[in-house]
Structures are given as C-alpha cells and as structure tokens.
Ligand binder design. Structure first.
Ligand code: ATP
Length: 614
C-alpha cells in the first residue's frame, strides 16, 4: 500500500473538527487497506510501531530530525532551525521545503507503508553512541522519497507528535463501520430488535446503534487481547470470524478492571452485601504473566516493565505454582527492618531505566496479588471472585516478595469502617471492597470493585484525572514560561469525546510550567480537536493526549463547561479550586475520569455533606 494514501487520510483527519467525520475518514482508509498492511496502519495511527506493551520507542530528538530534513531537502541545518523557530512544527518545515523540491520535479513518490514502518523499526532498535549517523540516514532516506504531505507526517511521527487526536475507541468504531454489512447479515434478530426499538427515528440512529453493538464485540476482544493491530488484521483477513479464536495469551496484557467510588461504608454494604474488603496499597499496579521460564510485567497502561523489577520476575518464577498464569496486584517498597510500607513518593523511585539492580537492593518491592485471570491456559475470568481468590491463595507459594492482599469478608458497615481506620492509621490509602460473585470485568469500571480512600474535610473525596485540551499564556511572572494555566476535560466514554470541566492555574511548580509548555507546544492544533467538546476557548488547543491528576474542593454545576451537560440544557459541571498534583504518564486519555464518574462524585459529595452536618 502506498504511504501517500495514509498520509492523505492523516491530513484530512488532522483538519477535521468533528468526531463523526473522523470515523468516516478512518473507515474509508481501512476499506482501502489490504490485510498485510492493516497492522502497520493501525500502529501508525496510534503513533506507534507495535502494540504499547512491546515498548518500541519511536521518539527521535529534534536535533536529529533537523539534520535529516536538511539532508533530504538540500537546505542547511540553520535554514531548517530558523524556519522551525517561526512555525514551531518541524513537520510543516519539512513539508514546505519538500514542496520546493516538488516544484523542481525532484520527487518520485515511491514510499510504501511497509517501507515507512521498516525504517522506523530499524531506527527504534538503534541505541547508543555511533548510531546517530545511521539514524539520520534512515530518516533522510524516507524524506527523500516523500511528497510534502508524506514528509509532514514522517517528521511528526519521528518526533512522536502526530497531532491526529485519534483514540482507540474511534479506531474500533471505524472498524465496526467497515464490517457493518457482514454483522447485520449475521445478526438479523438483533437488527430487527433495534429496528423496532428505534421506530421512526432517523436511519442514522439505527445504524449508530447497530455499529455500537459491533464495536462492543470488538472491544470485548480488545479488552482481553490488547493489540488492536492484530485484531484489525484478523478482521480484514477473515471478517468477523477472525475474532473467534482470540483469547488470553501470556505476554499479551489484559485491560484492567477498574473501581467505582462510594462515599460511605454503609453505601458499599448496601450495594454489595457481604463482600471482601481489602487493604488499598499505594504503589504500582502490575499484571504479571508467566509462561515456563518467561515472565512479563505490565503497568496500569499496559507498558512492558519486565526489566524494571527483577525481584518480581524472580519471585514469579519461584513463588507462582503454575506453568502458565496471569495474575494482578499492587507492588510497593517495604522497609525491610520495620516491615512498614514506604509512601508512594519512595516507591516511585523504582520506576527507572538505569541503576535498576542497585535500586532494587536498596528498595525491594513486595507484590500484593489481588486477582488471577488464568492458570495453565485456563481462562478464569468468568469465575466468581471468591473462587478466583481461593485459586490465587493456592497459587502463591511461600517467599519473600509475593503475598496475597490482606482482607476480610464481612456484611457489616461497622466492620468495614473499622478495617478502613486500621488501614489508614497503618499508612495505607484506604480500602477496596469487592463483589464476591463478580467475574473479572476487563477494561471497565463496574461495581465489582468499590474504592474508599482517606480524605480531608473541605476537599473532594478523591482526586480526578483530567485530559489537557488547551493552555493559556502566562501573565506577569509566568510569561517567561509561556504557559500560565490549562484547560482540562473529562472523558465521555459513550460519545468518545473530551468535555471541558475546568481551567487550572494553581499547583504548578516553575519546573512543571516550563516542562508542560515544552511538551504541549509540540501538540497544539489551530482548531478545536475533533474529539473535544468545549465552549471555552483557550489560547492554544492541544491534542487530547496528556493526563494530569487534579485535586479540587468541590464539584459544582456550571453553565461554562460541557462536562455532564445534557442536550438542550445549559448547565454542566465544573471544579471549584482545582490544583494540579502531577502528570499521570501511566494513563491514556481514555483512562481519565469520565463524565459518569463526575456525576456520581457530585451525588456522593452531597451525601458526605449531609453526613458531616449530622
Ligand atoms: P483507577 O485505577 O480507578 O483509574 P487510579 O489509578 O487513580 O484510578 P486509585 O483511585 O488509587 O487509582 O484506585 C484504584 C487502584 O488501587 C487500582 O488500580 C490499583 O492500582 C490500586 N490498588 C491497591 N490495592 C488494591 C487492591 N487490594 N485491590 C485492587 N486495587 C488495588
């Protein structure tokens, strides 16, 4: 497949400001994509070369890219730098210089998707000194045979800043769109049902509903096999049948189940009845996969962290009594002398690429397992939790690193409160209560788990994770950083849109302001991004890509923001006194707090106030 087709689609997607158009453009691209290129097209759209869990780093430095542009276009490095200073987008610079080459008929477009992927893959494997020259050569080679439009995206891809704003749900929607006819033929009863329930409403609404059903099926597979490239390839090769044999596989991470919130122990007992109440450890969530001598460790957002935690790899080999298994837990550093848990700020020091062994000796981790998804290739996800926990207990052999989470079974809210207080005074974050009968619900936030965290009066009970959709220029002292505040959004998972909820100007350190400005400048757009819904206009729009953790005093109703605003109504929700805590690199934008959660938190907050007033 010619890369030109992909670059053309990228260009259209970049310009669109409507999510529906984005889906149609993606579907049109997929229709033209042969099965052998499908994987790579999906990865390129995701801004990657392989699924996230393979950690194939693509990001090249600006300096190197500048040299490659100069070499491919015949301009000097200084020319490229000068133009870059003006436009702020090296993709644009490459495109303009290539345009001049086109005018002189110096370009023959021969670039294929395969070639682009191949060269970037080679680039990704080159590390260390002396590889610089080869990297420039590989990139210049691509640019040499690029049209201006292709060059723009080759450069942006190289920098890790495609600015397309496409997310996995949009990709799945587009895939569903492509396979809609086949799905309708195979599911006549469902189509009839939707037909009847939609009544005289528009045919578009009917199609939307059917497509949603198919997307759910694709997503259910994606939740247990998080490689969208492979799924799309199978769909293209075999149609919907291609999804049939997708199942859990050691080495391919499962999308994690997520916890709901309720404000009080009595609400939790009312919801779950008799349940398991577990300590909530404040560390890293890890998914551990074992297959014979091979062990993989995946993070909350499914990155491969196997090299980072050697003691856990070791322990999985020794302490998990299985040939293959997939388990999940929270790892945190423990003070070996006192057996006390270190706070998160200490545990986080273990997230590093260098001096891993020394740090592992200084701050060894303990892994508290709370679930098991498969043992010896048997998928255990459908089993009720109490059965999975029994199996997990038996799976763990005695040792120094892996343990079962601490927990009690109760139906008394007084006991839940007591356990909560014991945990909080022992330095833990709170508790997680779990439905004894629930299956493992991959990739969704359902009431199978409910978290209760320690909180302080006058503050919202939990922090929220927001997506940056824009920024403001600084005033006064902040002008020197180029950024004075952010416009942030929550995620509407039904509509696959990011809806504005607050402006944030507090909590930033000077270093944070400078870092954010550098980062966000690479991802600005000159129009509202297609998946953003906001009436507030920032100084600069930003591709919805980065997640931050924010604490606020309260959720209020507000006419300003679109989060939670129903069609035809004028109020949405906003945050009062929001302050930024940190960036959440471990979350994708679609993992941010959802509109649904905000509405629930708003209702919970009312309940807490009533309780406090008593
Ligand atoms: P979320 O994971 O719900 O999106 P978050 O990453 O901000 O939000 P928290 O709000 O702290 O996390 O709560 C959920 C997290 O608590 C889980 O993802 C997991 O990492 C952690 N955790 C700690 N102990 C447990 C436990 N016993 N059972 C389940 N999760 C636990």
């Amino acid at each position: 497949m010619k890369f030109e087709l992909v670059a053309k689609a990228f260009d259209e997607i970049e310009k669109t400001s409507k999510r529906v158009d984005m889906t149609t453009q993606l579907a049109a691209l997929f229709e033209q994509t042969p099965a052998e290129d499908m994987k790579n097209v999906i990865y390129l759209l995701q801004g990657r070369l392989a699924p996230a869990y393979e950690n194939t780093e693509t990001g090249l430095g600006e300096k190197l890219v500048i040299q490659a542009i100069a070499r491919a276009t015949g301009y000097t490095k200084e020319d490229v730098e000068k133009k870059f200073k003006k436009t702020g987008d090296l993709g644009q610079v490459a495109s303009e210089y290539l345009e001049k080459k086109t005018q002189q008929s110096l370009i023959r477009t021969t670039l294929s998707v395969k070639k682009v992927h191949e060269n970037f893959l080679k680039l990704a494997t080159l590390t260390g000194e002396g590889t610089q020259e080869l990297k420039i050569k590989l990139l210049a080679e691509l640019l040499n045979s690029s049209t201006p439009n292709e060059g723009k995206f080759v450069v942006r891809f190289a920098l890790g800043a495609l600015r397309l704003g496409v997310g996995d749900p949009t990709l799945m929607d587009a895939l569903a769109h492509v396979h809609l006819n086949e799905f309708q033929k195979e599911n006549t009863a469902l189509v009839k049902e939707i037909d009847e329930s939609t009544g005289k409403k528009s045919p578009e609404e009917k199609i939307r509903k059917i497509r949603m059903k198919l997307r759910e099926q694709i997503e259910a597979k994606y939740n247990i096999y998080s490689d969208l490239g492979t799924l799309a390839q199978k769909l293209t090769e075999k149609g919907l049948k291609g999804l049939n044999n997708i199942d859990l596989e050691p080495g391919v991470p499962i999308r994690p189940t997520l916890a709901e919130r309720l404000p009080l122990a009595k609400d939790i007992i009312e919801k779950l009845g008799k349940c398991i109440v577990e300590s909530k450890y404040d560390g890293f969530r890890l998914q551990v996969h074992k297959k014979g001598k091979d062990v993989w460790i995946f993070s909350r957002n499914l990155e491969n962290m196997s090299d980072m935690f050697p003691e856990i790899v070791d322990a999985a080999k020794k302490q998990l009594d299985c040939h293959t298994c997939i388990v999940e837990g929270e790892a945190l550093a423990v003070n070996e002398e006192t057996q006390e848990f270190f706070p998160f700020q200490i545990t986080i020091q273990r997230k590093r690429k260098y001096d891993i062994d020394e740090k592992a000796k200084e701050l060894p981790l303990k892994l508290f397992l709370f679930d098991v998804m498969s043992i010896n290739d048997k998928n255990l996800m459908p089993l009720p939790f109490h059965e999975r926990r029994e199996k997990l207990k038996k799976l763990i052999m005695k040792g120094e690193t892996i343990e079962l989470t601490n927990g009690i079974i109760t139906d008394s809210s007084r006991e839940v409160d007591k356990f909560f207080n014991e945990n909080v005074s022992g330095g833990l974050e709170g508790i997680v209560c779990k439905d004894l009968n629930a299956p493992y619900i991959a990739g969704a936030r359902k009431f199978a788990w409910i978290k209760l965290k320690r909180s302080y009066k006058g503050e919202l009970q939990d922090t929220v994770d927001l997506v940056i959709i824009g920024f403001y220029k600084g005033k006064g002292k902040r002008t020197e950083f180029g950024l004075g505040g952010l416009l942030a959004a929550v995620y509407d998972d039904k509509a696959d849109l990011f809806k504005s909820i607050t402006r944030i100007g507090t909590g930033f350190s000077e270093e944070m302001l400078a870092d954010l400005h550098k980062l966000l400048s690479k991802h600005t757009l000159n129009h509202k991004p297609a998946r953003v819904d906001s009436d507030v206009t920032p100084y600069a729009w930003v591709e919805p890509k980065f997640v931050i953790e924010v604490r606020a005093d309260e959720i209020t109703q507000s006419p300003m923001h679109t989060a939670g605003r129903e069609q035809g109504e004028s109020t949405g929700y906003a945050l009062r006194f929001p302050r930024i805590l940190k960036r959440r690199n471990d979350k994708e934008p679609e993992m941010a707090t959802t509109v649904r959660e905000i509405i629930k938190m708003y209702q919970n907050q009312k309940k807490v106030k009533v309780e406090e007033a008593r």
